[in-house]
Design a protein around this ligand. Structure first.
Ligand SMILES: *Cc1c(COP(=O)(O)O)cnc(C)c1O
Ligand code: SF4
Length: 392
């Protein structure tokens, strides 16, 4: 998986800023730190990754840090580290510590606290891993973790036990073992490529992985889980998309948590993907103080449909260590589902799931519409809480 023999090296790794309107690129020039940065650099994802905010010093140029944040940042070393792409960082409100982007991006002191029932690996992914980097839980699909790196680290990350180190889990040897395992498990027809963020890998390395997976005849389709359109939309380039198209059908799941994330630049990236034939889905983590109000969640779902992203899952925040300040009661999630189903387009209603601690997989939870079940008679209630009977 060495990038040396890359045939893609000549391919553009950015969208030419000349084709982008100023309003799409955004007004990063207003920020002192980047006032002299050219649009060519700003639009180059490699520049963005190289210039990530990783220190308290740099962060303090962008936001007025609270004492909670200051301490969180100081102690984030050696744990899930601090990293923010300049693009993502520009979305933070400099003065409001309750800004939904800032809360996802900046560590706070509360992360140091571990609450009862919290675990390193709540979904027991390591236990269900037959080969390093591969999680095989459901008979017909497998999860391949290809890197531990992300563009920006989310403070609520469920895989914080492993994410945030500058290394790739899946070396060539492990990739071959994972592919062999998949090949010999004939029931696996769907492989989900995740991490970390798979799009942190260079196009040619990602291509190597896709090519190997595609050599397994029983694989029907692939999925990529990423946050790139949200934290670094500049990553979605024509070069990337034309490479991915060779391995279609590929479904892309994007981690979105708040309507504020859907900027013009984000929409532009999603348009490239949707126009190129990749079905897009969203995954959202229910987060206290960020998206735990029904009207915010509904707005997010509506904004997603406008950019052709089909809401897929809302996750109850996992019991990973140090994220109890993000967790809401399950009733909050159920109430959000109650306020969606029937009240808005069915396409705007994702499935709310709890990823069962201990490795039971995703279990849907939601309002109960089936009130009673007798011999041939179902008593139901609708979204307005009116009662109906269905007779078999
Ligand atoms: C979420 C997940 C999948 C995919 O599940 P879907 O419900 O099909 O999206 C597969 N394997 C593991 C281990 C997972 O956590
Ligand atoms: S992008 Fe995903 S894997 Fe990476 S830090 Fe955020 S939640 Fe974790």
């Amino acid at each position: 998986m060495s990038p040396s023999n890359s045939t893609l090296a000549v391919q553009q790794t950015f969208i030419d800023p000349a084709v982008l309107k100023r309003s799409i690129i955004g007004d990063y020039h207003r920020i002192d730190l980047w006032k002299d940065v050219s649009e060519l650099d700003w639009e180059d994802w490699h520049w963005q990754v190289k210039n990530r905010i990783r220190t308290e010093e740099n962060l303090s140029h962008l936001i007025k840090l609270t004492s909670e944040e200051e301490e969180g940042v100081k102690k984030s070393r050696g744990r899930l580290s601090l990293a923010l792409t300049p693009y993502w960082a520009t979305l933070m409100d400099p003065d409001d510590p309750n800004c939904p982007i800032r809360k996802q991006a900046v560590p706070v002191k509360l992360e140091l606290k571990t609450s009862p029932h919290e675990m390193n690996d709540p979904c027991a992914e390591d236990r269900d891993s037959p080969v390093p980097g591969l999680v095989h839980r459901y008979p017909d699909r497998a999860l391949l973790l290809v890197t531990e790196m992300c563009f920006s680290y989310c403070r609520h990350c469920t895989r914080r036990r492993m994410v945030g180190e500058d290394k790739n889990i899946l070396n060539l040897n492990n990739l071959d073992r994972a592919v062999d395992y998949i090949r010999s498990n004939r029931k696996i027809r769907d492989v989900l490529i995740s991490g970390g963020d798979p799009l942190m890998l260079e196009d040619n390395i990602l291509e190597e992985i896709l090519k190997k997976l595609r050599s397994v005849s029983q694989i029907e389709f692939l999925r990529i889980g990423t946050r790139a359109p949200v934290t670094l939309p500049q990553r979605i380039t024509n070069g990337l998309v034309s490479m991915l198209r060779k391995y279609a059908p590929i479904w892309i799941s994007i981690h979105f948590n708040h309507p504020k994330e859907i900027t013009k630049r984000c929409r532009f990236a999603c348009d490239i993907l949707a126009d190129s034939g990749f079905p897009l889905g969203s995954q959202t983590v229910l987060l206290k103080g960020i998206n735990d109000r029904p009207y915010i969640m509904k707005k997010l779902m509506h904004e997603l449909l406008k950019i052709r992203v089909r809401p897929y899952y809302i996750y109850q925040c996992d019991p990973s260590k140090g994220i109890s300040h993000f967790r809401t009661p399950v009733a909050v999630g159920i109430n959000i589902m109650e306020k969606l189903r029937g009240h808005t387009s069915g396409y705007a209603v994702p499935t709310y799931v709890i990823d069962a601690p201990g490795g039971g997989g995703k279990i849907p939870v939601g309002p109960n519409y089936l009130i009673s079940e007798a011999k041939d008679r179902y008593t139901l209630r609708n979204y307005k809480k009116k009662i109906y009977t269905y007779i078999e």
